[in-house]
Design a protein around this ligand. Structure first.
Ligand SMILES: *Cc1c(COP(=O)(O)O)cnc(C)c1O
Length: 237
């Protein structure tokens, strides 16, 4: 695994330099869904600190222990999140990357108010930019509605939720043009939102996975979500 991670870091650096970017601007998230506590511990021992999971129960089971033993690590949710699972996951995560609809944002606001700790939950708005399953906000209108709600709520009480950026999944295809277009669309959303809502920062662009992270970096990604290239193929049992 050490070797694989070194290779990924090398590819990140080369892609960044090709695009005239500083490689330090790009965070590597290890997507550990379907991988065991011991595999994740190996990744931690190789120096990785940011992890992504997509199912609440699995994440809690694995990271309750891992986070205790490794206080330096950070866990973020990257998968579609049901409202009734929000409460269970909040204590374990630094961010929800998959805020994909108004109803979920409402629940996050509600549950974050009840949090005992004074941590601020970071959120990424997930945007649909071409991927098949159509998760994510579909257009700027529905997204605007969500952000307006955040602004309204924020005026009433100071919220423990802070938008930090956008997330997307490119379509699963070999057609590089389509993948690139998807990432460019996310970047356009970022520009629009940043102009419209200067009070928030939408700096982070979470885009790029094992198969397309170099393209994503060339298109401005600040956080790549890599599973298979770090851990090997997932075994769905
Ligand atoms: C599984 C997953 C990844 C990682 O995919 P790989 O192809 O294994 O790198 C990234 N992002 C999301 C949202 C995922 O669900």
């Amino acid at each position: 695994m050490k070797e694989r991670i070194a290779q990924i870091k090398d590819r990140i650096e080369k892609a960044a330099l090709r695009a005239g970017r500083n490689p330090d601007e790009i965070q590597l998230m290890a997507v550990s869904k379907f991988h065991s506590v011991s595999e994740i511990q190996t990744a931690i021992d190789c120096g990785l600190t940011l992890f992504g999971e997509n199912r609440v129960q699995e994440a809690v089971e694995k990271f309750e222990e891992l986070s205790k033993n490794n206080p330096q690590i950070e866990l973020q949710m990257i998968g579609s999140l049901q409202r009734n699972k929000v409460k269970a996951i909040l204590p374990f995560v630094s961010a929800i990357q998959s805020v994909d609809r108004l109803e979920l944002l409402k629940e996050l606001i509600k549950q974050s108010k009840k949090l005992k700790s004074d941590k601020t939950l970071k959120i990424f708005f997930e945007i649909h930019t071409g991927e098949e399953s159509k998760s994510g906000f579909q257009n700027i209108e529905t997204l605007t509605e969500a952000i307006e709600l955040l602004i309204q709520e924020n005026e009433a009480v100071s919220l423990k939720i802070e938008p930090v950026g956008l997330m997307t999944m490119a379509p699963f295809t070999k057609d590089e043009t389509l993948i690139r277009k998807s990432f460019q669309t996310l970047k356009e959303y970022q520009k629009l939102l940043q102009e419209k809502y200067p009070q928030f920062s939408f700096k982070e662009l979470s885009m790029g996975m094992s198969n397309d992270f170099e393209i994503a970096i060339e298109e401005g990604s600040t956080l790549i979500r890599v599973g298979t290239a770090i851990f090997g193929e997932r075994v769905y049992s």
